[in-house]
Design a binder for this molecule. Structure first.
Ligand code: NAD
Ligand code: TYD
Length: 354
């Protein structure tokens, strides 16, 4: 069995669903159910004995030690994190606690557990850290994409907290020999993404006839990857990645934000026509402080060493994603009440767009 953390969030829940669709190896899913965690993402697994959900904090040493002792997982995959850059700007403390200290706590527990295993079980054990391309900082137009050897230069409190965690993972391999793997992935999109992130936010705002906020000049570039392809990449790394190594995962699909927003509006015009084109809702708002200009991933190591490549292209993946949000209006409604509305006021009022 494997232990997944953050498996009720966007990527974690997609990973758990994909994992159990592909094989019968059980999953223990440890998630604190913050605002971003939602058990509805895992509805398909109700009554499925292969999925054991535990509500709890990765920073709880006793709980993590107990889960490792009781379930004896062959791997720990750490998806749990505070994951939104804008939230990290308004409130960085939780990012330090969960992303840095929480990962440290998991590493400590994993090391203690791993030390007591038989030689064969020790050799097979893996600690996989799910990280982000944001640790590498910002590229200028024309710069080569991030490689695994690119120096870390995080710019936001979110990126800095993920970078700190990655360094601890690296140190636990080099110092203690813990068989770690780290993946640094580019921006994901797909089903179950919390609508604080660009793509679901645009879809839901457009459908509600609300302003579609574009930060700054809309020319910041992200390298988009469908979440299924990210999850497939993580599975490959777990299966065949070399301990101590880092793997960059990305879609080679660079788009600036305005292109993304305009494409979303065009797909919506086609699938759910409204009185006016959705693009008429686009509103430029005050930029994000320290806004990274461009991210791009060189995923050639994944291709070369693990034979991985994305199955979905951006146009197809985006269309599929819009269709998913149209078909799951009640999911969106359930996550956009209460706390979510408070976040929208906090983030956008000050930008003149709430
Ligand atoms: P998310 O915010 O949607 O989900 C995070 C999950 O972690 C939630 O279910 C939440 O309840 C849980 N969680 C938070 N704090 C916790 C704690 N202390 N203990 C236990 N559970 C806790 O995030 P996501 O977009 O699914 O990202 C998952 C991982 O992938 C993160 O580590 C993120 O840094 C990384 N990542 C995300 C992207 C992206 O585009 N979203 C890209 C690359 C890497
Ligand atoms: P986001 O989805 O928050 O991901 P990240 O900051 O981790 O890349 O944002 C993606 C891009 O979209 C980023 O350049 C910021 C921009 N953005 C907007 O223009 N408007 C918005 O309302 C949001 C949430 C993001």
């Amino acid at each position: 069995m494997i232990l997944v953390t953050g498996g009720a969030g966007f990527i974690g829940s997609n990973f758990v669903l994909q994992w159990l669709a592909a094989q019968d190896e059980p999953v223990v899913n440890l998630d604190k159910l913050t605002y971003a965690g939602n058990l509805r993402n895992l509805d398909q697994l109700r009554g499925d004995a292969r999925h054991v959900f535990v509500r709890g904090d990765i920073d709880d040493a006793e709980l993590v030690a107990r889960l490792l002792r009781e379930h004896q997982p062959r791997a720990v995959l750490n998806f749990a994190a505070e994951s939104h850059v804008d939230r990290s700007i308004l409130g960085p403390a939780e990012f330090v606690r969960t992303n840095i200290h929480g990962t440290f706590n998991l590493l400590q527990a994993a090391r203690a557990h791993w030390s007591g295993l038989s030689d064969e079980a020790k050799r097979r054990f893996r600690f996989l850290q799910v990280s982000t391309d944001e640790v590498y900082g910002s590229l200028a137009a024309g710069d080569a994409p991030f490689r695994e050897t690119t120096a870390y230069a995080p710019n936001s409190p979110y990126a800095a907290s993920k970078a700190a965690a990655d360094h601890m993972v690296r140190a636990y391999h080099h110092t203690y020999g813990l068989p770690t793997l780290t993946t640094n992935c580019s921006n994901n999109y797909g089903p179950f993404q919390f609508p604080e992130k660009l793509i679901p936010l645009v879809i839901l705002n457009a459908l509600a006839g609300k302003a579609i906020p574009v930060y700054g000049d809309g020319k910041n570039v992200r390298d988009w990857l469908h979440v299924d392809d990210h999850c497939g990449g993580v599975r490959k790394v777990l299966e065949a990645g070399r301990p101590g190594e880092v793997y960059n995962i990305g879609g080679s699909s660079e788009k600036n934000n305005l292109e993304v927003v305009q494409t979303l509006c065009a797909v919506l015009d086609e699938l759910r026509p409204a009185a006016k084109p959705y693009a008429s809702l686009i509103t430029y708002v005050k930029d994000r402080p320290g806004h990274d200009r461009r991210y791009a991933i060189d995923a050639s190591k994944m291709r070369r060493e693990l034979g991985w490549q994305p199955a979905e292209n951006f146009a197809g993946g985006l269309r599929r994603t819009v269709s998913w949000y149209l078909a799951h209006a009640e999911w969106a409604l359930s996550v956009t009440s209460g706390e979510y509305q408070k976040w929208v006021s906090a983030n956008y009022q000050e930008r003149g767009a709430a």
